[in-house]
Design a binder for this molecule. Structure first.
Ligand code: 5CA
Ligand code: ZN
Length: 408
């Protein structure tokens, strides 16, 4: 699948160094130390049944900050993202609205690309739809079958294929949930603990046999379509290989999604799936998580259409640490617009304090678990000081663009 156009990233004189990031599995900061200086990153992409809301934007801006920080550390970055372009919620929405599911997905991906471009989010090198990944999904299921961990439920109509999660080394270490918590979240987030014939209620669907009216593809497993988790496992392994540097997404993906991906990946390759699991916080509106199913959405495209500067939207997101949960309010945009104007005025001054100390502070903040609020505070302080360096405005403009993705 085509991604979107990359914004220009100014190259700053690099001082080397490493990113330290919070790993959910260890619940601690870890250093990203890429093999051959190439950081391999997978971030879960959208399910394209509704346009980009601020929760999505917050997630992809957070990983964009990570991408930029890794580049600034002098690494190359190999970034893969999926699009869940065939799955239950997409098919349900298409059926409800009487739209063809492929058209719905295509339209929403077009909007997402436009929003990501406007927000100056760097595109992944591999942007892969679930549909186009079906051959690698089937290969992965076949190799898991050889381990004995994939089985068919006994069902005369729909003998679907499942993955036996407890066969995987370390299953549960990422989310660290009790059995009852795991079961409740599994049911809430697309799982089917009650399905008869499974070896364990937490076993996850990997291949769903064709149902009337649903899309399906021929395969050695029978005609059907992929389950959700195996899609990301297959795409990540195909484009990044095992034991890649960072698996990322919002915190609602810790369980079951990332736990299942880690389990499938570890069993198939006999290596860890990823070195670090990173999760961004949830953005809410009116006291609830912003979500397509709840319908309490602030859409990036609508904000843009109403005249909001995309750089102000981006600054409004960056005002919160990526790991915190927070609420979007009308003030969020107003404050960000005010800050953006102050920064623009500050870099346009004929002279200002030299850029060097500010760039050091920005780098230190971002390399310490992507502390964007600290970076914003450093820039606020620079903007409030006077100085006599005539080149500072241009140098700071470049640094803010390179590191924060905000064009002044
Ligand atoms: N396609 C799957 C991942 S493979 C999926 O979760 N799609 S999604 O469209 O529902 O979400 C896309 C990304 O946005 C995920 O990383 C999810 O964690 C994140 N996300 C969804 N809602 C919010 C929210 N309210 N706040 C922050 N992030 C969110
Ligand atoms: Zn995913």
């Amino acid at each position: 699948m085509r991604a979107w156009t990359a914004p220009h990233v100014p190259t700053l004189q690099t001082a080397g160094g490493r990113l330290r990031i919070h790993d959910t599995a260890l619940d601690d900061l870890v250093e990203v130390e890429p093999d051959n200086n190439e950081a391999r990153v997978y971030v879960c992409g959208i399910t394209p049944y509704d346009a980009t809301h601020l929760g999505h934007a917050n997630t992809y801006v957070a990983y964009d900050l990570m991408y930029r920080t890794l580049l600034d550390c002098g690494h190359r970055v190999l970034y893969t993202q999926n699009v869940t372009d065939v799955d239950d919620p997409l098919l349900e929405r298409a059926a409800q609205t009487g739209v063809n599911w492929e058209d719905l997905a295509e339209d929403q991906v077009v909007l997402f690309r436009e929003d990501m471009t406007a927000l100056r989010v760097l595109p992944p090198q591999h942007y892969v739809g679930a549909v186009e990944a079906i051959p690698s999904v089937i290969d992965l299921i076949e190799s898991l079958k050889l381990t004995g961990a994939v089985y068919q439920v006994e069902d005369d109509d729909y003998p679907d294929w499942y993955f036996e999660v407890r066969r995987a080394p370390g299953f549960g270490r990422l989310s660290k949930l009790s059995d009852s918590e795991a079961l409740a979240l599994f049911a809430e987030r697309g799982g089917d603990p009650e399905r008869a014939g499974k070896r364990d209620p937490l076993d996850c669907l990997v291949w769903r046999m064709e149902r009337p009216g649903e899309p399906a593809w021929d395969s050695r497993l029978g005609r059907g379509r992929p389950g959700w988790h195996i899609e990301c496992t297959a795409i990540a392994l195909q484009h990044l290989g095992a034991d890649f540097d960072v698996q990322g997404g919002g915190s609602d993906l810790v369980f079951p999604h990332h736990e299942m991906c880690a389990a499938e990946g570890a069993l198939a390759t006999r290596q860890p799936f990823a070195k670090a699991y990173v999760h961004s916080g949830m953005v809410g509106l009116h006291g609830e998580k912003m979500s397509k199913s709840r319908g309490n959405l602030v859409l990036v495209s609508r904000l843009r259409a109403s005249g909001a500067d995309p750089m102000a939207i981006r600054l409004g997101l960056l005002a919160h640490h990526y790991r915190t949960d927070w609420e979007w309010t009308a003030d969020s945009l107003r404050e960000a617009q005010h800050r953006l104007q102050q920064w623009r005025d500050a870099v346009a001054r004929p002279s200002a304090p030299s850029a060097g100390a500010l760039i050091d502070e920005l780098r230190a903040a971002l390399r310490a678990d992507l502390d964007a609020p600290a970076a914003l505070a450093a820039m606020d302080a620079w903007a409030a000081q006077s100085g006599d360096d005539p080149d500072a405005g241009a140098a700071v403009t470049e640094a803010i663009d390179a590191l924060l993705g905000v064009r002044l």
